[in-house]
Design a protein around this ligand. Structure first.
Ligand code: NAD
Length: 502
C-alpha cells in the first residue's frame, strides 16, 4: 500500500490533501512479508500535532525478535548478500536510494505525521538519508584491503568482512535519517540488518521496508520490528545471535545496551547518545545579528529535539546583554506552527510525555533562579506545542544548565575569559558537538583543540555533509555515523598470513 495521489506537494493545502490519500503499513516486516506481532498486540501511533490516531502498529516482542534473528542469520550464512560482489551490492543500494527519492514526499509526510516535525524539515531529512545511502553504496567498491609490509617470505593481508547480524535501534527525532545513517553502512558492508524503529515513529521504517524489497535486497537481509525498547529492543540486545548493536538514543539506554552485551555474547555496541552542546560566542565576532540567528536556529530547529542542539549558549559578558536581545528577537520568527505548513519553522513535541518533560524543565529553570527572556508556556492544545524558550543567567549548577532537555529551551551563560569559556564548555558528561564564533584564527585553533567534543563547528552550527564522520566522545557515545569511517563499524578485520617458500 502506498501513496497514490498527486506528486510534488508544495503548499500547505497540497500536504493536507496528501494526508487524506496516504495508506499506512503498520505490520512488522519479517522474512520478506508483512506480519502481525506473534502476540497480536499493537500500540497506537498518534499525530502529536492533532492527537489523532494514525495507526495501530504491530507491537513486536521476544518471539518476533527470535524469529527475525534466525531469518537474518540464515540469510547471512546463505551469502546471497554477504558474499555478493561489492559492486552488485552497490547497485541494489543505489536502486533503494532512487526509490526513496521517488517517494520522498510520502516518506517525509510519514515522519511529520508520526513525530510532529515540520514537513519542510522532514524533506531535508529525506535528502540527508538518500545522500547517505548513495555515498556509502558508492564507497563499497572503492575501498581496498591491505597488504602488510612484511618480508619476502610471507604475504600478509588484512581483509574486511561483514560482522553478521546487526540490530539497529534508533530514536524518533530524525526517524528515517537516523535509520539511513545505520543501515547504509551496515548493509553496504554485507551484513543482515534488523531495524527497531522508535515506538514513537515507526511508520517511515515500515514504508522503507517495502522499498527495500522493491529495490531487490535479498530475503532476510533487511527486516523491521516495530515495538518498545523494553520488549523487542531488549530481546535483540540480549540475543546470542545478534553480532552487533548499532544504537542512537539516550545515554541512559546506551549504558543499558552495553550491559546487555556483557550479559549475552559480548556483541559489538556502537553508541550515538545524548548531548548538552555548548555554543561559544566571543566578543570579537563580526556580524552579531547573523550569529544570533544561527544561535537561535541551533536550539530551536526540530523543536530542540536534536542530539546536537546548541542548548548551552556561552556568551562573553561584554556583549551578553545586547547579544541575548538579538537571540530573543531572532526566536520570534521561529514560532511553532502546523507541521503540514511548509512555512512552519517548528512543529509539535513528539508526544505528551516529552511535552510534560520539557515543561517540567522550564518550571525548574524558574525555580532555580534563571531569568526567563522568552517563551516558557505551552500553546493551547490539542497538539503539543512549546514556543522558543530562553533563560539567561544560567549557571553550571542549575538543572537546565546540565541536563539534556531535548526541547526548545536555551540556557544562556556568561563568561569573562577564554579559559573560563572552555572550562564551562567541557563541564559536562557529554561531548557530542560544540560551536565557536570568533574572527581570531589563533583563538579558534586554541579553543577548537581544547573542546572535548566529537565535532566542532567554527562560525556555523551543524555544518557537514556525507564526507564527515558524526559521533561523540565521553558519554555521548563511541560510534561514528556517515563517511567511509562508518563502514569500519560494521566490518571485522581478518589477518591472513601466508608463508611463502624461498
Ligand atoms: P531512547 O534512548 O529512549 O530510545 C532510543 C531507542 O532505544 C528507541 O528505539 C527505544 O525503543 C529503544 N530502547 C529504549 N529502551 C531500550 C532497552 N531497554 N533495550 C533496547 N532498546 C531500548 O531515546 P529517544 O528518546 O528515542 O531519543 C532521544 C535521545 O536520542 C536523546 O538523548 C538524543 O540526544 C539522542 N540522539 C542522539 C543522536 C546522535 O547521533 N548522537 C542522534 C539523535 C538522537
Amino acid at each position: 500500500m502506498s501513496y497514490v495521489g498527486p506528486t510534488m506537494p508544495t503548499t500547505h493545502a497540497d500536504w493536507q490533501a496528501m494526508v487524506a490519500e496516504l495508506a499506512v503499513e503498520s505490520r512488522a516486516y519479517i522474512d520478506d512479508v508483512f506480519v502481525d506481532a506473534t502476540s497480536g498486540d499493537t500500540f497506537e501511533s498518534r499525530n502529536p500535532a492533532t492527537n489523532e490516531i494514525l495507526a495501530q502498529v504491530a507491537s513486536c516482542d521476544a518471539p518476533d525478535a527470535e524469529r527475525a534473528v534466525a531469518v537474518a542469520r540464515d540469510a547471512f550464512s546463505g551469502g546471497e548478500w554477504s558474499r555478493l560482489a561489492p559492486a552488485k551490492r552497490k547497485e541494489v543500494l543505489l536502486r533503494l536510494a532512487d526509490l526513496m527519492e521517488a517517494h520522498r514526499h510520502e516518506l517525509a509526510l510519514l515522519d511529520t505525521l508520526d513525530m510532529g516535525k515540520p514537513v519542510s524539515s522532514s524533506l531535508g531529512d529525506m535528502a540527508g538519508a538518500i545522500a547517505c545511502i548513495r555515498y556509502l553504496a558508492e564507497c563499497i567498491d572503492k575501498l581496498y584491503g591491505e597488504v602488510a609490509p612484511t618480508g619476502e617470505d610471507s604475504l600478509a593481508m588484512v581483509l574486511r568482512e561483514p560482522i553478521g547480524v546487526v540490530a539497529a535501534i534508533v530514536p524518533w527525532n530524525f526517524p528515517l535519517m537516523m535509520t539511513a545513517w545505520k543501515i547504509a553502512p551496515a548493509l553496504a558492508a554485507g551484513n543482515s540488518v534488523i531495524l527497531k524503529p522508535s515506538e514513537k515513529s515507526p511508520l517511515s521504517a515500515l514504508r522503507l521496508a517495502q522499498l527495500a524489497r522493491e529495490a531487490g535486497l535479498p530475503r532476510g537481509t533487511f527486516q523491521v520490528l516495530p515495538g518498545f525498547g523494553h520488549t523487542v529492543g531488549k530481546a535483540l540486545a540480549l540475543s546470542m545471535e545478534v553480532d552487533c548493536l548499532a544504537f542512537t538514543g539516550s545515554t541512559q539506554v546506551g549504558k543499558q545496551l552495553m550491559q546487555y552485551a556483557g550479559q549475552s555474547n559480548l556483541k559489538r555496541v556502537y553508541l550515538e547518545c545524548g548531548g548538552k552542546s555548548p555554543n561559544l560566542v566571543f566578543a570579537d565576532c563580526k556580524n552579531l545579528d547573523q550569529v544570533a540567528q544561527h544561535a537561535a536556529a541551533a536550539i530551536f530547529h526540530n523543536q530542540g529535539e536534536v542530539c546536537i542542539a546548541g542548548s548551552r549558549l556561552l556568551v562573553e559578558n561584554s556583549i551578553r546583554e545586547a547579544f541575548v536581545d538579538k537571540v530573543v528577537e531572532a526566536a520570534k520568527a521561529m514560532q511553532p506552527g502546523d507541521p503540514l505548513d511548509p512555512e512552519s519553522f517548528m512543529g509539535a513535541m513528539v508526544d505528551e510525555t516529552q511535552h510534560r518533560r520539557v515543561l517540567d524543565y522550564i518550571a525548574k529553570g524558574r525555580e532555580e533562579g534563571a531569568r526567563l527572556r522568552a517563551g516558557g508556556k505551552a500553546l493551547e492544545g490539542p497538539g503539543y506545542f512549546i514556543p522558543p524558550t530562553i533563560f539567561d543567567g544560567v549557571t553550571p549548577a542549575m538543572t537546565i544548565g546540565r541536563e539534556e532537555i531535548f526541547g526548545p529551551v536555551l540556557a544562556v551563560f556568561g563568561f569573562d575569559s577564554e579559559d573560563e569559556a572552555v572550562a564551562m564548555a567541557n563541564d559536562t558528561p557529554y561531548g557530542l558537538a560544540a560551536g565557536l564564533w570568533s574572527q581570531d584564527i589563533d583563538r579558534i585553533m586554541r579553543v577548537t583543540r581544547r573542546l572535548q567534543s566529537g565535532q566542532v563547528f567554527v562560525n556555523n552550527w551543524a555544518g557537514g555533509d556525507q564526507t564527515m564522520p558524526f559521533g561523540g566522545v565521553k558519554q555521548s557515545g563511541n560510534g561514528r555515523d556517515k563517511s567511509h569511517h562508518s563502514l569500519e563499524e560494521y566490518a571485522n578485520l581478518k589477518s591472513v598470513w601466508m608463508a611463502l617458500a624461498p
